[in-house]
Write a protein that binds this ligand. Sequence first.
Ligand code: ZN
Length: 311
Amino acid sequence: MLTRRHALLGTATLSLAATGARAAEPIPVVVSFSILADFVREVGGERVRIDTLVGPDQDAHALQPAPGDARRIATARVVVLNGLGFEGWMTRLIRAADFKGTQVLASQGIRTLRAQHGHSHGHSHGHSHGHGHGHGQTDPHIWQDPKRAQVMVRRIAAGLAAADPAGKASYDANAARYNERLEALHAQVEAQYADIPRARRRVVTSHDAFAYYGERYGIDFLAAQGVTTRGEPSAQHISRLVQQIRRERITAIFVEGMANPRILEQVAAESGARVGGTLYSDALSGPDGPAPTYEAMIRHNTSRIAEALAG
Ligand code: ZN
Protein backbone atom coordinates (compact mmCIF):
# COMPACT_ATOMS: atom_id res chain seq x y z
CA MET A 1 0.00 0.00 0.00
CA LEU A 2 2.67 2.38 1.06
CA THR A 3 4.82 1.29 -1.82
CA ARG A 4 1.98 1.83 -4.26
CA ARG A 5 1.28 5.32 -2.97
CA HIS A 6 4.90 6.12 -3.26
CA ALA A 7 4.98 4.84 -6.78
CA LEU A 8 1.96 6.97 -7.71
CA LEU A 9 3.50 10.03 -6.13
CA GLY A 10 6.71 9.29 -7.93
CA THR A 11 4.90 9.14 -11.26
CA ALA A 12 3.09 12.41 -10.60
CA THR A 13 6.31 14.16 -9.68
CA LEU A 14 8.08 12.79 -12.74
CA SER A 15 5.41 13.86 -15.21
CA LEU A 16 5.25 17.29 -13.61
CA ALA A 17 8.96 17.60 -13.99
CA ALA A 18 8.72 16.52 -17.60
CA THR A 19 6.03 19.09 -18.36
CA GLY A 20 8.00 21.78 -16.59
CA ALA A 21 11.16 20.90 -18.45
CA ARG A 22 9.37 21.01 -21.80
CA ALA A 23 7.90 24.43 -21.13
CA ALA A 24 11.20 25.86 -19.93
CA GLU A 25 13.37 24.19 -22.51
CA PRO A 26 12.74 25.51 -26.04
CA ILE A 27 13.17 23.17 -29.00
CA PRO A 28 16.47 23.68 -30.81
CA VAL A 29 15.75 24.60 -34.44
CA VAL A 30 18.38 25.22 -37.09
CA VAL A 31 17.24 27.50 -39.94
CA SER A 32 19.23 28.02 -43.12
CA PHE A 33 18.91 31.81 -43.59
CA SER A 34 17.70 34.99 -41.90
CA ILE A 35 14.36 35.54 -43.71
CA LEU A 36 13.20 32.00 -43.03
CA ALA A 37 14.38 32.39 -39.43
CA ASP A 38 12.05 35.38 -39.05
CA PHE A 39 9.11 33.19 -40.15
CA VAL A 40 10.15 30.46 -37.70
CA ARG A 41 10.45 33.04 -34.90
CA GLU A 42 6.92 34.31 -35.59
CA VAL A 43 5.44 30.81 -35.67
CA GLY A 44 7.55 29.17 -32.96
CA GLY A 45 7.53 31.98 -30.43
CA GLU A 46 8.98 30.94 -27.09
CA ARG A 47 8.70 27.24 -27.82
CA VAL A 48 11.73 27.33 -30.14
CA ARG A 49 15.37 28.34 -29.89
CA ILE A 50 16.59 29.35 -33.34
CA ASP A 51 20.10 28.96 -34.69
CA THR A 52 20.42 30.69 -38.09
CA LEU A 53 23.24 29.43 -40.31
CA VAL A 54 23.31 32.40 -42.74
CA GLY A 55 22.67 35.59 -40.82
CA PRO A 56 21.67 39.15 -41.77
CA ASP A 57 23.42 40.71 -44.80
CA GLN A 58 24.99 37.32 -45.65
CA ASP A 59 24.67 35.55 -48.98
CA ALA A 60 23.18 32.06 -48.65
CA HIS A 61 23.96 31.20 -52.29
CA ALA A 62 27.65 31.49 -51.60
CA LEU A 63 27.99 29.85 -48.19
CA GLN A 64 31.03 27.69 -47.60
CA PRO A 65 29.85 25.61 -44.64
CA ALA A 66 32.23 25.39 -41.70
CA PRO A 67 32.81 22.05 -39.92
CA GLY A 68 30.92 23.50 -36.93
CA ASP A 69 27.76 23.88 -39.05
CA ALA A 70 27.22 20.11 -39.22
CA ARG A 71 27.59 19.98 -35.42
CA ARG A 72 24.97 22.72 -35.08
CA ILE A 73 22.59 20.63 -37.18
CA ALA A 74 23.42 17.47 -35.26
CA THR A 75 22.24 19.06 -32.00
CA ALA A 76 18.93 20.35 -33.46
CA ARG A 77 15.56 18.64 -33.26
CA VAL A 78 14.17 20.52 -36.27
CA VAL A 79 15.88 21.82 -39.39
CA VAL A 80 14.07 24.35 -41.61
CA LEU A 81 15.21 25.07 -45.14
CA ASN A 82 13.81 26.74 -48.26
CA GLY A 83 14.89 24.16 -50.80
CA LEU A 84 14.55 24.59 -54.61
CA GLY A 85 18.36 24.60 -54.84
CA PHE A 86 18.70 27.82 -52.82
CA GLU A 87 20.82 26.27 -50.08
CA GLY A 88 22.14 23.12 -51.72
CA TRP A 89 24.92 23.02 -49.10
CA MET A 90 22.20 22.47 -46.48
CA THR A 91 21.31 19.06 -47.87
CA ARG A 92 24.96 18.04 -47.67
CA LEU A 93 25.24 19.35 -44.10
CA ILE A 94 22.13 17.42 -43.03
CA ARG A 95 23.67 14.27 -44.46
CA ALA A 96 27.06 14.98 -42.90
CA ALA A 97 25.41 15.54 -39.51
CA ASP A 98 23.47 12.27 -39.83
CA PHE A 99 20.45 14.34 -38.75
CA LYS A 100 17.53 12.20 -37.57
CA GLY A 101 15.13 14.97 -36.48
CA THR A 102 12.33 16.71 -38.37
CA GLN A 103 13.18 18.38 -41.67
CA VAL A 104 10.83 21.17 -42.73
CA LEU A 105 10.95 22.09 -46.41
CA ALA A 106 9.33 25.53 -46.50
CA SER A 107 8.87 25.52 -50.27
CA GLN A 108 6.79 22.34 -50.29
CA GLY A 109 3.53 22.78 -52.18
CA ILE A 110 4.41 26.19 -53.61
CA ARG A 111 3.93 26.98 -57.29
CA THR A 112 7.37 27.88 -58.60
CA LEU A 113 8.65 29.88 -61.55
CA ARG A 114 11.35 28.91 -63.98
CA ALA A 115 14.47 31.04 -63.68
CA GLN A 116 14.68 33.84 -66.21
CA HIS A 117 18.15 33.85 -67.62
CA GLY A 118 17.86 37.03 -69.58
CA HIS A 119 19.40 36.39 -72.98
CA SER A 120 22.73 34.83 -72.67
CA HIS A 121 24.09 33.67 -69.42
CA GLY A 122 23.06 30.10 -68.88
CA HIS A 123 26.74 29.31 -68.62
CA SER A 124 27.22 31.69 -65.69
CA HIS A 125 25.48 29.13 -63.53
CA GLY A 126 28.14 26.58 -64.16
CA HIS A 127 28.92 26.28 -60.48
CA SER A 128 25.39 26.12 -59.20
CA HIS A 129 24.11 22.86 -57.90
CA GLY A 130 21.92 21.10 -60.37
CA HIS A 131 18.31 21.77 -59.66
CA GLY A 132 17.45 22.33 -63.23
CA HIS A 133 14.83 20.51 -65.21
CA GLY A 134 16.27 20.24 -68.66
CA HIS A 135 18.12 23.48 -69.31
CA GLY A 136 15.87 25.56 -67.07
CA GLN A 137 16.39 26.15 -63.39
CA THR A 138 13.77 26.68 -60.71
CA ASP A 139 13.80 30.16 -59.20
CA PRO A 140 14.14 29.63 -55.42
CA HIS A 141 13.23 33.19 -54.25
CA ILE A 142 9.61 32.35 -53.35
CA TRP A 143 9.62 34.40 -50.11
CA GLN A 144 9.63 37.69 -52.03
CA ASP A 145 5.91 37.16 -52.73
CA PRO A 146 3.93 37.86 -49.51
CA LYS A 147 1.20 35.49 -50.74
CA ARG A 148 3.60 32.58 -51.16
CA ALA A 149 5.21 33.55 -47.85
CA GLN A 150 1.91 32.72 -46.17
CA VAL A 151 2.08 29.18 -47.57
CA MET A 152 5.63 28.91 -46.21
CA VAL A 153 4.40 30.05 -42.79
CA ARG A 154 1.69 27.36 -42.74
CA ARG A 155 4.22 24.77 -43.82
CA ILE A 156 6.55 25.81 -40.94
CA ALA A 157 3.66 25.58 -38.45
CA ALA A 158 2.88 22.05 -39.64
CA GLY A 159 6.54 21.06 -39.45
CA LEU A 160 7.02 22.40 -35.92
CA ALA A 161 3.81 20.66 -34.83
CA ALA A 162 5.09 17.38 -36.24
CA ALA A 163 8.21 17.67 -34.08
CA ASP A 164 6.36 19.07 -31.06
CA PRO A 165 2.69 17.94 -31.08
CA ALA A 166 2.05 19.61 -27.70
CA GLY A 167 2.70 22.98 -29.35
CA LYS A 168 0.38 22.49 -32.32
CA ALA A 169 -2.36 24.87 -31.12
CA SER A 170 0.23 27.53 -30.37
CA TYR A 171 1.98 27.17 -33.76
CA ASP A 172 -1.32 27.23 -35.65
CA ALA A 173 -2.54 30.31 -33.79
CA ASN A 174 0.77 32.15 -34.29
CA ALA A 175 0.81 31.25 -37.99
CA ALA A 176 -2.78 32.44 -38.47
CA ARG A 177 -2.07 35.75 -36.71
CA TYR A 178 1.15 36.33 -38.63
CA ASN A 179 -0.51 35.48 -41.94
CA GLU A 180 -3.17 38.10 -41.26
CA ARG A 181 -0.35 40.64 -40.98
CA LEU A 182 1.22 39.35 -44.20
CA GLU A 183 -2.12 39.65 -45.99
CA ALA A 184 -2.38 43.27 -44.79
CA LEU A 185 1.20 43.81 -45.97
CA HIS A 186 0.27 42.45 -49.41
CA ALA A 187 -2.65 44.90 -49.61
CA GLN A 188 -0.33 47.80 -48.67
CA VAL A 189 2.12 46.85 -51.42
CA GLU A 190 -0.67 46.69 -54.03
CA ALA A 191 -1.89 50.11 -52.95
CA GLN A 192 1.59 51.63 -53.27
CA TYR A 193 1.86 50.63 -56.93
CA ALA A 194 -1.73 51.41 -57.85
CA ASP A 195 -0.93 54.75 -59.51
CA ILE A 196 2.17 53.65 -61.41
CA PRO A 197 1.45 52.80 -65.07
CA ARG A 198 2.27 49.19 -65.99
CA ALA A 199 4.61 50.27 -68.77
CA ARG A 200 6.84 52.13 -66.32
CA ARG A 201 7.27 49.23 -63.93
CA ARG A 202 10.81 48.17 -64.81
CA VAL A 203 13.52 47.67 -62.22
CA VAL A 204 17.17 46.62 -62.47
CA THR A 205 18.80 44.70 -59.61
CA SER A 206 22.06 42.88 -58.93
CA HIS A 207 20.71 39.34 -59.21
CA ASP A 208 17.44 37.77 -60.25
CA ALA A 209 15.73 37.56 -56.85
CA PHE A 210 12.47 39.40 -57.48
CA ALA A 211 10.58 37.40 -60.12
CA TYR A 212 7.92 36.24 -57.60
CA TYR A 213 7.48 39.77 -56.28
CA GLY A 214 7.38 41.03 -59.86
CA GLU A 215 4.79 38.48 -60.92
CA ARG A 216 2.58 39.38 -57.94
CA TYR A 217 2.73 43.16 -58.47
CA GLY A 218 3.17 43.44 -62.21
CA ILE A 219 6.77 44.64 -62.26
CA ASP A 220 9.51 43.54 -64.67
CA PHE A 221 12.82 42.92 -62.95
CA LEU A 222 16.02 42.86 -64.99
CA ALA A 223 19.17 41.58 -63.33
CA ALA A 224 22.90 41.77 -63.90
CA GLN A 225 23.22 38.21 -62.58
CA GLY A 226 20.95 35.18 -62.73
CA VAL A 227 19.05 33.49 -59.89
CA THR A 228 22.26 32.66 -58.10
CA THR A 229 24.99 35.09 -57.09
CA ARG A 230 27.62 32.53 -57.93
CA GLY A 231 29.51 32.98 -61.14
CA GLU A 232 30.01 36.08 -63.27
CA PRO A 233 27.58 37.42 -65.86
CA SER A 234 28.93 37.52 -69.39
CA ALA A 235 30.19 40.78 -70.90
CA GLN A 236 27.52 40.38 -73.57
CA HIS A 237 24.72 40.16 -71.00
CA ILE A 238 25.99 43.26 -69.20
CA SER A 239 26.26 45.21 -72.44
CA ARG A 240 22.67 44.27 -73.44
CA LEU A 241 21.43 45.34 -70.02
CA VAL A 242 23.23 48.69 -70.31
CA GLN A 243 21.66 49.29 -73.74
CA GLN A 244 18.22 48.39 -72.44
CA ILE A 245 18.52 50.80 -69.50
CA ARG A 246 19.46 53.62 -71.88
CA ARG A 247 16.82 52.78 -74.48
CA GLU A 248 13.96 52.42 -72.01
CA ARG A 249 15.22 55.20 -69.72
CA ILE A 250 14.99 52.91 -66.70
CA THR A 251 15.42 54.91 -63.51
CA ALA A 252 14.96 52.23 -60.88
CA ILE A 253 18.35 50.60 -60.35
CA PHE A 254 19.26 48.97 -57.06
CA VAL A 255 22.07 47.14 -55.36
CA GLU A 256 21.26 44.43 -52.81
CA GLY A 257 22.01 44.28 -49.12
CA MET A 258 23.96 41.06 -49.16
CA ALA A 259 25.47 41.13 -52.63
CA ASN A 260 28.68 42.63 -53.91
CA PRO A 261 27.57 45.88 -55.62
CA ARG A 262 30.48 45.92 -58.05
CA ILE A 263 28.72 44.52 -61.14
CA LEU A 264 25.64 46.65 -60.66
CA GLU A 265 27.72 49.80 -60.15
CA GLN A 266 29.48 49.00 -63.40
CA VAL A 267 26.10 48.69 -65.16
CA ALA A 268 24.96 52.00 -63.68
CA ALA A 269 28.17 53.78 -64.65
CA GLU A 270 28.05 52.50 -68.24
CA SER A 271 24.39 53.34 -68.72
CA GLY A 272 24.66 56.75 -67.07
CA ALA A 273 21.98 55.74 -64.57
CA ARG A 274 22.16 56.37 -60.86
CA VAL A 275 21.90 53.58 -58.28
CA GLY A 276 18.71 54.31 -56.35
CA GLY A 277 19.62 52.56 -53.13
CA THR A 278 19.59 49.11 -51.60
CA LEU A 279 16.98 46.37 -51.84
CA TYR A 280 16.94 43.35 -49.56
CA SER A 281 16.53 40.10 -51.43
CA ASP A 282 18.00 36.99 -49.81
CA ALA A 283 18.90 38.31 -46.35
CA LEU A 284 17.50 40.68 -43.77
CA SER A 285 19.53 43.64 -42.53
CA GLY A 286 20.97 43.75 -39.04
CA PRO A 287 18.73 45.00 -36.21
CA ASP A 288 19.67 48.65 -36.84
CA GLY A 289 19.22 48.46 -40.63
CA PRO A 290 16.05 49.14 -42.62
CA ALA A 291 15.01 45.48 -42.98
CA PRO A 292 15.44 43.62 -39.67
CA THR A 293 12.22 41.62 -40.24
CA TYR A 294 10.44 40.19 -43.29
CA GLU A 295 7.65 42.76 -43.00
CA ALA A 296 10.15 45.63 -42.71
CA MET A 297 12.04 44.22 -45.70
CA ILE A 298 8.97 44.14 -47.96
CA ARG A 299 7.95 47.64 -46.84
CA HIS A 300 11.44 49.01 -47.40
CA ASN A 301 11.82 47.42 -50.85
CA THR A 302 8.35 48.54 -51.91
CA SER A 303 8.90 52.15 -50.82
CA ARG A 304 12.26 52.35 -52.59
CA ILE A 305 10.90 50.79 -55.80
CA ALA A 306 7.70 52.87 -55.84
CA GLU A 307 9.70 56.09 -55.32
CA ALA A 308 12.13 55.23 -58.10
CA LEU A 309 9.34 54.29 -60.51
CA ALA A 310 7.34 57.43 -59.74
CA GLY A 311 10.40 59.67 -60.11
ZN1 ZN B 1 19.29 34.90 -54.56
